[in-house]
Design a protein around this ligand. Structure first.
Ligand code: 13P
Ligand code: SF4
Length: 311
């Protein structure tokens, strides 16, 4: 039992004792974001994981993010506070089916969103994040045939924006899929001057109403820069914590789901991590990410291409 344990003080003590760095995604609970050594989007977090000289990475995010850290820093101990913190995009793309899809399209290269398993990364040519996808795609000749998975909304958005016709795997993020266009239009009517910033994992009927579309770090930058006092945020609402810290005089409203509030857009996987589980992970150095070396090396190839092409 953790009764009587000062969890925050213990996390601080253990991170020094273990020479650990605590990395957190913007979708983590505010109390986790606030004690992390670094908070960022998927690309920034993978760069940090590749560069750190800490011996332990405590990754407060979902499993594919912690796996990415382990692929890039195999000699480090990587712990994830809750090993069940998965991702609906990863679940939508089983490696065997993805391999069959690739085999059906032998003249296509596979450009793959980082939200997938190690096995799917190993079957891919180049990994992208939402903040790097356009930059990376612009370096690939227009006549190159491409399959893009697992997020069909991100893939469709990039296809439309960049005039490409990548073949899309039919995966979705359950969180971004849950925004309601009707409720969003009602909210916009109440705040007619408020811009809408949306993550490209949103379906097209939400992106159609967005003034800005970008990754979590892009949305955060937009929140700091836009002229005005109120903004509607169409992504996981825990990112609002960073906005309120950065520009406390502005008002941020989470885009609603069908029930009219933003609570159904909390990522259930991200929410599995808690301060208590982080404390236990630092104390026991478990649960640990382990990846078989042969598959790690294959996955690393496609991730290294991302890091090189995104820089
Ligand atoms: P970002 O790379 O924009 O942080 O996205 C991560 C994610 O899981 C979005 O749902
Ligand atoms: Fe996966 Fe969506 Fe959660 Fe991001 S918000 S981790 S894409 S389920």
């Amino acid at each position: 039992s953790l009764t009587g344990v000062d969890v925050r003080a213990e996390i601080d003590r253990l991170r020094k004792e273990r020479n650990a760095v605590i990395l957190a995604h913007y979708y983590q609970k505010p109390e986790i974001q606030d004690l992390a050594d670094f908070v960022g989007d998927s690309l920034e977090l993978s760069r940090k994981a590749a560069e750190t000289d800490a011996e332990v990475i405590a990754f407060c995010g979902v499993r594919f993010m912690a796996e990415t850290a382990k692929i890039l820093s195999p000699d480090k101990v990587v712990v994830l506070p809750d090993m069940n913190a998965g991702c609906s995009l990863e679940d939508s793309c089983p490696p065997q089916q993805f391999a069959a899809f690739r085999a059906q399209h032998p003249d296509h290269i596979a450009l793959t969103y980082i939200n997938c398993s190690v096995e799917v990364k190993a079957l891919s040519d180049i990994i992208v994040t939402s903040s790097s996808a356009e930059k990376i795609l612009s370096q690939i000749p227009k006549d190159q045939k491409i399959i893009f998975g697992p997020d069909k909304h991100l893939g469709g958005y990039i296809n439309r924006k960049m005039g490409r016709d990548m073949l899309l795997w039919p995966g979705v993020c359950i969180v971004h899929e849950a925004f309601s266009e009707t409720e969003l239009l009602k909210l916009k009517a109440q705040h007619p001057t408020a811009p809408v910033a949306a993550h490209p994992e949103c379906p097209p009927h939400v992106l159609d109403h967005a003034d800005y579309v970008g990754s979590t770090s892009g949305i955060l930058a937009f929140a700091k820069d836009f002229d005005g006092d109120t903004m509607i945020v169409a992504t996981e609402p825990h990112i609002i914590h960073q906005m309120e810290k950065a520009v406390p005089h502005k008002n941020f409203i989470g885009a609603p789901g069908a029930d009219g509030n933003c609570n159904c857009n909390i990522c259930p996987y991200m929410a599995m991590n808690t301060l208590e589980k982080l404390y236990v992970a630092l104390r026991d150095l478990e649960p640990r990410i382990e990846i078989e070396e042969e598959i790690r090396l294959k996955a690393k190839k496609s991730l290294d291409r991302m890091l090189a092409m995104a820089s």
